[in-house]
Ligand binder design. Structure first.
Ligand SMILES: [Zn+2]
Length: 108
């Protein structure tokens, strides 16, 4: 038997993890560009929009869950989030049911 190729851990969520990374780079890039532009114009108020900042935070949290091996399960109820949903919003911490609760302000 040939030796199996070195420790590339296959994660069932690899696709989603990659798109998380991609989105994160996108956001950080635009942040850096923004920062450079405002340094040039000597304006202090460079920043990401609230939405972008929030998204970055969600992405970082998602990476933490990847590390903890809890990625793909709802942080509220523990159900599997589902591939289709992760494909659309790989950074989501919630299953669709809990997302609805959260949007209605019913989640703590
Ligand atoms: Zn849930």
């Amino acid at each position: 038997m040939p030796r199996t190729r070195a420790a590339v851990k296959t994660n069932p969520y690899q696709v989603h993890i990659e798109s998380l990374g991609k989105k994160q780079r996108e956001l950080l890039d635009s942040y850096e560009r923004d920062k450079a532009a405002s340094a040039y114009s000597k304006e202090l108020n460079f920043s990401l929009s609230d939405g972008e900042r929030n998204l970055l935070m969600l992405i970082e949290e998602a990476f933490t869950r990847v590390k903890d091996d809890t990625y793909g399960t709802c942080t509220n109820c523990g159900n599997v989030i589902g591939d289709k949903r992760l494909l659309a919003v790989p950074w989501t911490p919630f299953c669709i049911d809990c997302q609805e609760l959260q949007e209605k302000g019913l989640l703590g």
